[in-house]
Design a protein around this ligand. Structure first.
Ligand SMILES: NC(=O)c1ccc[n+]([C@@H]2O[C@H](COP(=O)([O-])OP(=O)(O)OC[C@H]3O[C@@H](n4cnc5c(N)ncnc54)[C@H](O)[C@@H]3O)[C@@H](O)[C@H]2O)c1
Ligand SMILES: O=C(O)C[C@H](O)C(=O)O
Length: 313
């Protein structure tokens, strides 16, 4: 029997729960929020699609009742404020640091062995904060950003190539920020053909730029940040853990020397299985990509430093 909890029943949390339920990724699913009745209502609404969508995941919605989350195998943290148009993710640090710290403490009281997936923004820094606060081993807590950014990269590549996005390989590493993401176009391919041989330099540059501001573009269109792809990306990483699929997914993992970095959580390809982050894969980056990774890590470190200034760490 597998059990998953999603904390935060807002746009991303409820979408993630909906995908987990409809795809029957877990036997049991709990959704928790501090807003009275919201999780209960959303889970009842999802339950009422069971006969229409043909699934039988056991669903529970609770208001701040962590006892109901006990013995979860995986917990997804989506609680916190989303950005508004014109804001960066980093500006959310002050509000979200307190929320994330209290949520992970509560989760561990009832599910000390749960694999924790951080989604709240600024995600790289929230992952670092949660890891430092809890002292959990690095396999047990990581952040989701690269799965989403890579899905966006493949979406923009498919548009540029006029090709099926499922037949495109592509990965985004680095920080989950408008200026810190690194879409690895040199390694992206369509059916084994490098995209750099299929698109002009200008076309590739546009795909990269669009990917990096993928979240900001949607925030401008929607008035708040996106949820369908973020929620599905959350469910995707949960599935790899619950089903021990060993998928290679770029995730925000704690580095101890890999990619020349120490004491930082940042996006790199990892193997995701029942133990969470089971391995960090070291890609052979070219000189430009290495320089971009260093710059990205520097920016993430700058945001992490704010945690001390605001006394969150
Ligand atoms: N990492 C990513 O790829 C990614 C993608 C999308 C969104 N996000 C981030 O995810 C977060 C959620 O986004 P959203 O669009 O769902 O926002 P939202 O406002 O729709 O939902 C957030 C929910 O968190 C709840 N919440 C707040 N404090 C809580 C607490 N202490 N305990 C439990 N629940 C609490 C709120 O009541 C609300 O329902 C934001 O920080 C956003 O920036 C990250
Ligand atoms: O853009 C945001 O602020 C939310 C999220 O990080 C995203 O990329 O959709």
């Amino acid at each position: 029997m597998s059990k998953v909890t999603v904390v935060g029943a807002g746009n991303v949390g409820a979408t993630c729960a909906n995908v987990i339920a409809t795809r029957e990724i877990a036997d049991e699913l709990v959704l928790l929020d501090i807003k009275e009745g919201v999780s209960e209502g959303k889970m009842l609404d999802i339950f009422q699609t069971a006969t229409l969508m043909d699934f039988d995941t056991k669903l529970t919605g609770v208001t701040n009742d962590y006892a109901a989350t006990a013995n979860s195998d995986v917990v997804v943290v989506t609680s916190g404020m989303p950005r508004k148009p014109g804001m960066t993710r980093e500006e959310l640090i002050g509000v979200n640091a307190g929320i994330v710290a209290s949520v992970v403490g509560n989760i561990l009281k009832y599910s000390p062995k749960a694999i924790i997936v951080m989604i709240s923004n600024p995600m790289d820094t929230m992952t670092y904060l949660a890891l430092k606060k809890t002292g959990l081993p690095k396999n047990q807590l990581f952040g989701m950003g690269g799965a989403l950014d890579s899905a966006r990269f493949k979406c923009y590549l498919s548009k540029a190539l006029n090709a099926n996005s499922n037949e495109i390989e592509g990965m985004v590493i680095g920080g989950h920020g408008d200026t810190t993401m690194i879409p690895l176009y040199s390694k992206a391919s369509y059916k084994g053909m490098p995209v750099t041989e299929l698109l002009s330099k200008e076309e590739v540059e546009k795909v990269v730029a669009d990917t990096m501001v993928g979240g900001a573009t949607l925030t401008k269109l929607l008035g708040t940040s996106a949820w369908y792809a973020p929620g599905a990306a959350g469910a995707y990483v949960v599935e790899s853990i619950i089903r021990d699929q060993k998928k290679v997914v770029p995730c925000c993992a704690y580095l101890e020397g890999e990619y020349g970095q120490q004491d930082i959580c940042i996006g790199v390809p990892v193997v995701l299985g029942k133990n969470g982050v089971e391995k960090v894969l070291e890609l052979n980056l070219n000189a430009d990509e290495k320089a971009l990774f260093e710059k990205s890590a520097e920016a993430v470190r700058k945001t992490n430093a704010i945690l001390k200034e605001i006394k969150a760490l």
